[in-house]
Design a protein around this ligand. Sequence first.
Ligand code: NAD
Length: 345
Amino acid sequence: MPIQQSIPATLIPGDGIGPEIVDATLKVLDALGAPFQWDQRVAGLEGVKTAADPLPPDTIASIRRTRLALKGPLETPSGGGYRSSNVRLREEFKLFANLRPARTLIPGGRFDNIDLVVVRENLEGLYIGHEHYIQIDADPHAVAMATGVNTRQGSRRLLEFAFDHAVATGRKKVAIVHKANIMKALTGIFLETGLELYERKYRGKFALDTVIIDACAMKLVLNPWQFDVLVTTNLFGDILSDLVAGLVGGLGMTPGANIGLDAAIFEAVHGSAPDIAGKGIANPTAILLAAAMMLEHCKLPELAVRLREALHQTLNIDNIRTGDLGGRASSAEFTNALVGRIANA
Ligand code: NAD
């Protein structure tokens, strides 16, 4: 067997349950023999506590060097005027694509056999933070305004990423989700760029559909199986990716990847769950699925397959589940079972 070269990667355990679920993930990746060489750094609340900065310069420098990170959830300290470390990371490394697959892992839920991917534009649109108020008489907040910005270039690189992802993963259909009937310029540019790109480069490789965001939300609840890949602008993508997470049992089961030209950062979609932090009962499934995406990103798909298969066996055959999934296993019991499945595969 060829000797696998080690892959430098930044590890940010994060806040709340972050260190617990990241620790579980390291055990599982070790059992798989994943060749990551970790450079552990802090961010979020832990960054403020230990380095007086929610995104310390040496954390940024580490990711600049490795171009790859696995990240636990980060809390943005309230007060003190701190900006979200997650938003800063996206901007710093121009992580323009947010990739969120939603796949049924535990059968028998309200929706079964879901296999969807939402690709969200991560840097533009209404999330650029150009907001202000206009005072009228004594009311300083009488009028609130926000400016959205979508560029041709930003739309094209995201759409190209989504279309390439569809082709590379053998997807049959892509839907461009928009609101170009009302926001003719802001989301019209995204729709128009997508249609033009499809005609020029992708026709025949998959079927392309276009759907208005409000209708899309309804269709996803009535018949989610009619969709395959959904690609959309920032705000719509934020909402839709939580909607599809709900179709597969909630945020605890959903991984996310933030991908740019300079780096890729993998994470669970859920937050730091301060209500259960330190109790040893957190479910590490979402960040384990993010680790599987990271393995695929590093061209180690066979390890990703083994990880997902072991998760399926532990959850559905051994019936070992944490409390949020109706089970009684601690995080450690769940992790040990998973490691056992990997070792005995
Ligand atoms: P949350 O996702 O942390 O928790 C929501 C509920 O889900 C809680 O009851 C929690 O116990 C439960 N939960 C979440 N993950 C779980 C897991 N793996 N296992 C078992 N139960 C789990 O959302 P929140 O309470 O709104 O946010 C808490 C903090 O996390 C906030 O500071 C928020 O800003 C931050 N946050 C960070 C990220 C990120 O870094 N990507 C994402 C979302 C929220």
